[in-house]
Structure formats: C-alpha cells, structure tokens
Design a binder for this molecule. Structure first.
Ligand code: FAD
Length: 504
C-alpha cells in the first residue's frame, strides 16, 4: 500500500528552537501505510512514495529536502521548495542477513528507517535486542538520518561520531533509482537484502564516506544500517574542579596524569566532558566522567528519571532548560540556576539511553560547536574566555571529545582526537556576536578549527575549502555527482545553505 503523504497548508517553517523561519512551497509529512508494523513490503511502498515526491519536485522545478527533527540551528534542513518530513518513518528491522565475508556479528545489526529518533532507537535496542549505540549526542530527539547528516557527536573517548556506527545507507536518489550503499572494504549486508528492496547495490568507500555527512544533499536517506554493541552501563560522576595545570592538560591533550578525576582511581574514562561557566570560574569547571561496565557496578545508584537535567546533559541542554525557566537569562541568574540544577553527583549508573535522554524542551538557546585538534584546545578556550572578559555572554563553554570520523566532511575529522568546543548561550544577538568574535580571533591566531554543520556558523565556500582542504571538498562533490547523476537532480537536492557553503 502506498504511504500516506499528508500535505500541510503551512507556507512558513521554523526550526525546533525557532531561531529562524523559512518560506516554503509545500511541507509534507510521510507516513508508512501501516505505521505500526515494520514490513519489507511496506518499506518498499514508502520508497516508491518518496520517489514520487522527487518526481513531483523535478516536474515542478522545485527544490526538495528531507527534514528530520528540525533540531539544527543552521539552515541545513531549510528549503523554499518541498520539505519532506521523514520523522514519522520509524520501521526497524533487527539482525538482517549479512555478507559472507562480514566479520562482525549479525546480532549487532539493526536496519532502521530514517525517522526513528535516537531516543526511540535506544529504547528498542535495549528492550528488544539487549544492545546499545556506541555513542550519541547529549540529548537524543534527533532522527537518525538527521543526526548523521550533520555529523552529530558525543564525548566517547573510544569511538567517533554517530555516523561512524553506520555500515549501510539506503538512498532514494531519483524517481527511477534507489541505492544500497556500503563500503567496499567492509561489505556488511547480504546481497539479497538490497535485492528484496529493489535497490541497486553499490559498494564503494569514497561514495559511502561522502554520503554519511550529506547535509541532506545526497537524496533522501530512507534507511540506515547501524552496528550496535552489547548493552553497557555508564558509571557517572560530576565534580566541580579548579582549572589547574593538570586539568588544562587533560582538556588540551587528554593527558590525565596530572589530575585526579572523580570515580575509580587510575581508570581512563569512556566519556569525558568539561563545562565551563566563563562568568563563574571561582567554583571551578564542571567535570563529568563516565566509566563503561557490562553491568551496573555494585553500590551505584540509578539515574533519577524526573530530574530537569540528566547526567549526560551538556551546555546546550543546560541553557535550553534554564531559558525555559526564566524569561530573561542574565549572567547572574544563569550562574545561580546552574549551581542549583547542574549539581555534583557520584556513582550513578545507567544505560546510555538513560543518561543521554530525549529533550522536549525548546528553550531559547543557540549554539555553535568548533572541532579543534588536541594541543590547540587550551588556546581556543583561553581565547573564548578572554573575549568573555570584554564582552560577557550568558552562556557556557563545553568540551567533548571523539575519535576522528571517516566521513569525508565530518567536522570531527581532526586526528588523533577531535575536541569539540561548544559555545552555547541564550538565543540572542549577543550569543551570536560572541560566537563570531571567537571564530574571528581563532582565525587571526591561526588556531585550526572546523564548525558543526548543524549549529550556528558563518561558513562560506572559501572558508569550507580552507577548513577541509580542496581535496576533501572535491571528493564530496564528485561523490554527490556520481549518485545524483543529472544537473536537475543535483539542483533539486540543493538549498541556500549548500550554495552558501560552496558545495552545490
Ligand atoms: C537540544 C539540542 C541538542 C543537541 N545536541 C547535540 C550534540 O550533543 N552533539 C551534536 O553533535 N549535535 C547536537 N545538536 C545538533 C543536532 O544533533 C544536529 O543539528 C542534527 O543534525 C539534528 O538532527 P535532526 O534530526 O533534527 O535533523 P534536521 O535538523 O531536521 O536536519 C539536519 C540535516 O539532515 C538532513 N536530513 C534529515 N533527515 C534526512 C533524510 N531522511 N534524508 C536525507 N537527509 C536528511 C536535513 O536535510 C538536514 O540537512 C543538538 C541540537 C539541539 C537542538
């Protein structure tokens, strides 16, 4: 049965945090005909429905773009043409048949439709499969396709960003063609799966790596093949710690030798995150560490589900929650609320989905995230702190870390690790200006950095090329042209954001 394509009469669309709005021609919600039962036939019918939407866009000369949860602060999901809301598409297919040469376990694989939220996937993996995602962002209301399209990351020291647990993509690229794409170096799915879906099978590392962080511009991602792992527990601690030389070394180089982290002595954490309130340095930074275990360690406490902020929350969630509490988040109010609601804790253990939860709060928050190589982190943070002394903003700096991603345009590609410096504040012109000042000074001081595609940025073609190098950019564009084979298709999957970035 064909999917239900529900057109809205809305001519204006706003992102989740209402930081911008966009005029558009048409917004459609797409539902599987039978939303409650995942079937291959239903999935294939929805593929055809998505192809018809692409045909409509081509026929009318409109741009077309898939929408996830609309959490991006950047205009990545915006279009003046047809916006296809893929959030209702949430079929899941555990343990698909694997390729004979696949070395991993079939039981770790989950093939999911694009609109599943990361929080939904956490629930499903735990309840039905006894598994968990290796990493996620701090809060998990993004759709899986939306999260990977901008390179969403967490702070796991032993893993990369979310796109790095993706082993296959099902891309709908034209009215006649849809593709199962995976790496030639790691064939994962049995050939009969794409065959059953009617998809053309392509195994190619360069195409796959480019299509991961696609900014919505490689067609519609209908399905994603994930590699999960056995369910694990994170034993979490948060302490306020003074900014000593030892803590600076930990932040700058992940060298923990000069600092006594909270929790079991001498163990390297699985998750390490530092939140700094630049307007209240006296009490120290908020250091959150988590250690990975197969079971909750004896004596640990479970997370409290009703609390406003959870153990995994980072700067953006904090500011979002606080701006929901007060209409005007001034600097003193922010510091007081932070102390009250973002407190210390010890020995709380939960699954990743319990510690990194969904957030339904809208809040009036705004944020930017910079990918910085180790060794440059202290310079970057001190630059931001110095700017705050001259031009204080009601916001926070947060540091998280990931292994470099294989995705061609991942902003977390810096080796051997990328530190992500989040600058999150109340949604105001001041927060924006603060971010701009930091970007500008880092450029002037020649501190290398990249910027999160889904958060606030001021990138243009020249800056994208200087940040990623012309080879990466050209390889991404070449891959896009190989999958979207005509100029009309490439034009349809373009938006103003892509043009501004010089990637169209
Ligand atoms: C409260 C909050 C917390 C956040 N926390 C983090 C964090 O911890 N770490 C981090 O890295 N980022 C974080 N972000 C940023 C966020 O993860 C990204 O902006 C992410 O891309 C949003 O996902 P989404 O589902 O809302 O996608 P959208 O914002 O709707 O879209 C993002 C991109 O994905 C594309 N897309 C969506 N669905 C499809 C599809 N089916 N096919 C093809 N393209 C598609 C869109 O076209 C667009 O280009 C946070 C944002 C907010 C608001």
């Amino acid at each position: 049965m064909p999917p239900i394509i529900h057109p809205s009469d809305q001519k204006q669309w706003q992102n989740w945090h209402e930081t911008y709005s966009q005029k558009l021609e048409l917004l459609v919600d797409v539902w599987n005909a039978n939303a409650s039962q995942s079937t291959t036939e239903g999935y294939a019918d929805t593929t055809r429905g998505l192809q018809e939407l692409i045909a409509k866009a081509l026929w009318e000369g409109q741009e077309l773009r898939a929408l996830g949860a609309g959490w991006s602060f950047s205009r990545a999901p915006a279009t003046s043409g047809i916006l296809v809301n893929t959030k209702p598409l949430n079929y899941v297919f555990p343990a698909p048949r694997t390729h004979p040469s696949y070395a991993g376990s079939r039981e770790d694989l989950l093939f999911v439709q694009c609109g599943n939220s990361v929080a939904e996937l956490n629930h499903f993996l735990k309840a039905k499969m006894g598994k968990a995602l290796p990493t996620s962002g701090a809060s998990n209301g993004q759709t899986i396709a939306g999260a990977i399209a901008t390179g969403t990351h967490g702070s796991t020291l032993d893993f990369g960003a979310m796109q790095d647990f993706v082993a296959g993509l099902h891309l709908v690229v034209s009215p006649e063609r849809h593709i199962w794409l995976e790496r030639a170096s790691n064939p994962t799915i049995n050939d009969d799966v794409p065959q059953k879906l009617g998809a053309e099978l392509i195994r190619d590392d360069a195409l796959f790596n480019a299509a991961l962080v696609s900014l919505g511009s490689f067609g519609i991602v209908h399905g994603v093949l994930l590699v999960a792992e056995d369910l694990y527990y994170l034993q979490a601690y948060r302490h306020r710690m003074p900014l000593t030389e030892g803590l600076w070394r930990a932040m700058d180089q992940l060298d923990f030798s000069g600092v006594q982290l909270p929790g079991p002595a001498g163990q390297r954490p699985y998750h390490f995150q530092v939140v700094i309130n630049p307007n209240d340095l006296e009490g120290g930074a908020y250091v959150t560490v988590m250690y990975k275990h197969a079971q909750p360690p004896p004596g640990s406490k479970p997370p409290s589900p009703g609390s406003k902020l959870t153990q995994g929350d980072s700067a953006l969630e904090i500011v979002g929650v606080l701006t929901d509490m007060v209409s005007d988040l001034t600097i003193p109010v922010m510091s007081k609320l932070l102390e009250r609601f973002y407190g210390e804790f010890s020995n709380v253990a939960g699954t990743p989905g319990e510690l990194f939860t969904d957030t339904t709060t809208r809040g009036k928050a705004l944020g930017s995230a910079l990918g910085i190589p180790l060794g440059q982190v202290r310079r970057a943070v001190e630059t931001a702190m110095a700017i705050n002394r001259e031009y204080a903003f009601p916001g926070l700096l947060a540091l998280r870390y990931t292994l470099p991603s294989k995705a061609t345009l991942a902003f977390t590609h810096h080796a051997p690790m990328t530190c992500v410096l989040d600058i999150d504040g109340a949604g105001s012109a001041r927060t924006k200006t603060f971010c701009q000042k930091v970007w500008q000074q880092l450029t002037e001081r020649q501190v290398p950095y990249t910027l999160h595609w889904g958060k606030l940025n001021d990138l243009d073609g020249a800056r994208v090329r200087s940040m990623y190098g012309p080879e990466r950019v050209e390889s991404w564009r070449k891959a896009r042209a190989a999958l979207l084979t005509s100029p009309e298709l490439r034009a349809a999957f373009t938006n103003d954001y892509l043009r501004t970035l010089g990637l169209a």
